[in-house]
Design a protein around this ligand. Structure first.
Ligand SMILES: Nc1ncnc2c1ncn2[C@@H]1O[C@H](COP(=O)(O)OP(=O)(O)OP(=O)(O)O)[C@@H](O)[C@H]1O
Length: 299
């Protein structure tokens, strides 16, 4: 059975602030889901509700087609934004403690802790106190803490923030591997290039509402067409439905309004002189994100 986490129409207010307003999405087994949104958009609130440390005003969290229970919640591996390990505990002891807390026997807890210590490049730090580690290494321990009890779901709040490129690779590889084992993985991040590279699907949240969910390709399909055209300077001036985004020598990047035929654009470029380049440019997640948070794209 593949595991599936569903967030169903969750709303949450803090006094007068509506933090979440009917947020819905699901994360399927084997999938890496990137959760992106501006500061204060509602990512942490959503994740806390998924874990059960916060109760929604309305809406539900489902796991494997049933409302989530306390038992299933203990099978979530969670990496909180505020981190929250005991600073004076040693790395190995802490991980063993957490594994046992989640019900593992002493031998299994030790085996699992050692395994993640090695996988995450912490072997030389295993006897060090958490507080004596660099921030990046503390974060590796925090990921190990989310993984050590062999969770069925991973919910990670900004796991990549502050990591060096090697640690980013290690973290990425581990998350990919967990996903390939059928574990739904959801993580928030402001590093959109990384999310685009790593994630199977993406959710964009804006002011407590999910404004777009899907693969980057699906989201791109709804966005306007971008063309790179090498042609005589000024060919696009005044052309209806064509917006010039950048012009560099004879190379122009234009965006077409919905319904504008790219062949008519090519014809316009040709009518001004020879065309040396004509290609579509894929929109990046960063551009989609800007569109979604400024105009509110549809899911
Ligand atoms: N305990 C709280 N009391 C009052 N308001 C809160 C509380 N926690 C969050 N909020 C508000 O709820 C909204 C959503 O916050 P949340 O932390 O979920 O956003 P976020 O997307 O995780 O942001 P960031 O990217 O900055 O971490 C914000 O307006 C925030 O100020």
């Amino acid at each position: 059975m593949t595991n599936r986490l569903e967030i169903r129409a969750i709303s949450k207010r803090y006094g007068k602030v509506t933090a979440l307003d009917g947020v819905t999405f699901d994360v399927r087994g084997g999938e890496l889901f990137g959760f992106v949104g501006s500061n204060g958009a509602g990512k942490t609130t959503t994740m806390r509700i998924a874990l059960g440390v916060l109760t929604p005003d309305s809406g539900e969290v489902w796991f494997n087609d049933l409302p989530i229970t306390h038992e299933t919640r203990t099978r979530i591996g969670y990496m909180p934004e505020e981190r929250g390990l005991y600073p004076k505990m040693k790395v190995l002891d802490h991980l063993v403690f957490l594994a046992e807390l989640h019900g593992m026997g002493a031998n299994e807890a030790h085996r699992s802790a050692e395994n993640w210590i090695v996988r995450l490049g912490l072997a030389e730090r295993r006897k060090d106190e958490i507080q004596k580690l660099s921030l990046g290494n503390q974060q590796r321990v925090q990921l190990a803490a989310a993984l050590v009890h062999d969770p069925a779901v991973l919910v990670l709040d900004e796991p990549f923030s502050g990591l060096d490129p090697i640690a980013v690779d290690v973290m990425s590889e581990v998350l990919r591997h967990k996903a390939s084992q059928g574990v739904p993985v959801v993580f928030s991040s402001h590093q959109l290039d990384l999310v685009e590279r790593l994630c199977d699907r993406v959710g964009i949240i804006r002011n407590g509402r999910m404004v777009a969910t899907g693969t980057v390709d699906e989201l791109t399909a709804h966005a306007g067409t971008k063309l790179v055209v090498g042609a005589t300077r000024g060919w696009a001036t005044g052309l209806a439905g064509v917006r010039v985004l950048s012009e560099n020598g004879t190379r122009t990047v234009v965006e077409l309004d919905d319904g504008v035929d790219d062949q008519s654009v090519l014809a316009a470029a040709l009518s001004a002189g020879p065309v040396t380049e004509f290609s579509r440019q894929r929109r990046s997640l960063t551009e989609l994100f800007r569109d979604a948070v400024t105009t509110g794209a549809k899911a």
